[in-house]
Design a protein around this ligand. Structure first.
Ligand code: C5P
Length: 231
């Protein structure tokens, strides 16, 4: 059978990553977290002491970035120049700085090239998926990176639900203080990100799944239903 490409976009806190990983696992597909690539680029620039305001320097650095993305949905590792950065890239300092790197168009061109190459590679029988395909998630996968994907999904959730999820993830609680502390992470980052990628409204042909009222397993099921209908 031909490789299946599932493209999933959505704002932060929509549950994209958890849902995409589980969908990939259930379907025996590879998994690509493109947000982790932008986070890794940000970590690398900070690690190398490159100022994030120097767009050309950041772009040069990212072009040569020795990034290795694991595509096993059970343990999608992220390594840069041999450093395991899986945890470091989730820290607040990275979440706050990542939009500055992700709005650099030369960085987007470079990471976009690598994302397309990985998606294409998963069609080969020698790949992780054995040629079955891949679930790729981010902000511009359905529109820019894989507009011809077999399944294109926009995962949305109310701002309230997204703030509560991120607060639980980052602070272990969704009380008022935790929600306020997460607001910048979610609302400001989405506003900055949407200046370069359109992920708040579904593009033509993209199916919307609203997870506001669904738990993780129900959302996974809703996505699997769309895949079964379309792929
Ligand atoms: O999904 P996650 O929150 O890990 O993404 C981190 C950041 O990477 C986003 O805030 C956005 O700036 C950037 N990103 C992007 N395009 C993608 C995926 C992520 O610009 N396809």
């Amino acid at each position: 059978a031909r490789a299946v490409v599932v493209a999933i976009d959505g704002p932060s806190g929509s549950g994209k990553s958890s849902v995409s990983r589980r969908v990939a696992e259930r379907l025996g597909l590879a998994y690509l977290d493109t947000g982790a690539m932008y986070r890794a680029a940000t970590w690398w620039a900070l690690h190398r002491g490159v100022s994030l305001t120097d767009g050309d320097a950041v772009a040069d650095l990212v072009r040569d970035m020795p990034l290795v993305m694991g595509v096993d949905p059970r343990e999608p590792g992220v390594h840069v120049d041999g450093h395991d950065v899986g945890e470091a890239i989730r820290e607040t300092a990275i979440s706050s700085a990542v939009s500055a790197v992700a709005t650099n168009l030369e960085v987007r061109a470079e990471l976009g090239r690598r994302q397309r190459a990985e998606i294409a590679a998963q069609a080969a029988s020698s790949s992780f998926s054995g040629g079955r395909g891949i679930v790729a998630e981010g902000r511009d996968i359905t529109t820019v990176i894989a507009p011809d994907a077999d399944v294109r999904l926009l995962l949305i959730a109310s701002e309230e639900a997204r703030l509560a999820r991120r607060a639980r993830e980052v602070h272990g609680s969704a009380d008022a203080a935790a929600v306020e502390a997460t607001r910048d992470q979610v609302v400001r980052r989405d506003a900055d990100d949407s200046t370069v990628s359109q992920f708040l409204v579904a593009a033509d042909g993209v199916v919307t799944v609203d997870s506001s009222e669904l738990d993780l397993e129900q959302t996974v099921q809703a996505v699997l239903d769309v895949v079964a209908r379309t792929a």
